[in-house]
Ligand binder design. Structure first.
Ligand SMILES: CC(C)(COP(=O)(O)OP(=O)(O)OC[C@H]1O[C@@H](n2cnc3c(N)ncnc32)[C@H](O)[C@@H]1OP(=O)(O)O)[C@@H](O)C(=O)NCCC(=O)NCCS
Length: 197
């Protein structure tokens, strides 16, 4: 997967740009993942300081080198300000599958940004990485995330009880899956964004 790339390619959307995270983005990363509301249904508690954001970025760089995690910053096209991240995790080349993830700073919720970034991520995974299957797991109470997945074509595949233990709370999870062939069949593969750079 992307054998010669040193960084992730930039993926353009209508209002957003999915791009490689740089050290300049650490305060923005902390603004996203330091917010307990953003991490309400996340698998890890909120960050306590910007050093944790630096640790996350180091991990993103290192796991990209191993080609097991692709994590883009979600930036506003207009200002290039990072307002979140989106992820292909657990990249499994032999089985052509990965898991998707995404988070946005709270100030940017409810504007359809997940509905823009997620389909772009899916298109990259299927068209450029040649994956066959994408997966997601989401807390059943996380209605915005569930809706974003369903809009992107994901189907409910299962339910796991008490899968996470975060901040002293045990959380169930709904499992979602999307197959490339289904995504093509229903016409979700149509590009809806500007050309990539
Ligand atoms: C999940 C998240 C990325 C959604 O981002 P967003 O940009 O606000 O989502 P959108 O505006 O694209 O909305 C997605 C859909 O959910 C709906 N929605 C938004 N908030 C909702 C809510 N509180 N309840 C029900 N539906 C909601 C929207 O109407 C939209 O549906 P539509 O396309 O049919 O209109 C954002 O809430 C977030 O960052 N949450 C914290 C991190 C997180 O939980 N990530 C997912 C982990 S699985």
């Amino acid at each position: 997967m992307l054998p010669d790339a040193i960084t992730l390619p930039t993926l353009e959307c209508e209002r957003l740009r999915l791009r490689w995270l740089t050290p300049d983005d650490l305060p923005a990363l902390f603004a996203v993942f330091g917010d307990p509301e953003v991490c309400r249904y996340w698998s890890r508690p909120a960050m306590l300081d910007v050093a944790e954001a630096a640790g996350l970025r180091d991990q993103i760089v290192s796991l990209f080198t191993q080609r097991s995690l692709f994590q883009w910053g979600i930036a506003l096209r207009e200002s290039d300000e990072v307002i979140g991240t989106c992820t292909l995790a657990g990249l499994d080349e032999p089985h052509h599958r990965a898991s998707v993830g995404y988070a946005l700073a709270r100030a940017h919720w409810g504007r359809g940004y997940a509905g823009e970034a997620l389909p772009r991520l899916v298109r990259f995974a299927f068209d450029e990485l040649n994956l066959r299957r994408l997966e997601a797991d989401v807390d059943p109470r996380n209605l915005a995330s569930i809706r974003a997945l369903e809009r992107a074509g994901f189907m409910r595949e299962g339910y796991q009880r008490e899968r996470y233990h975060v901040n002293g709370e045990i959380q169930d999870t709904v499992l979602f899956g999307l197959l490339r062939r289904e995504w093509r069949e229903v016409g979700l593969d149509r590009p809806v964004s500007a050309p990539d750079t």
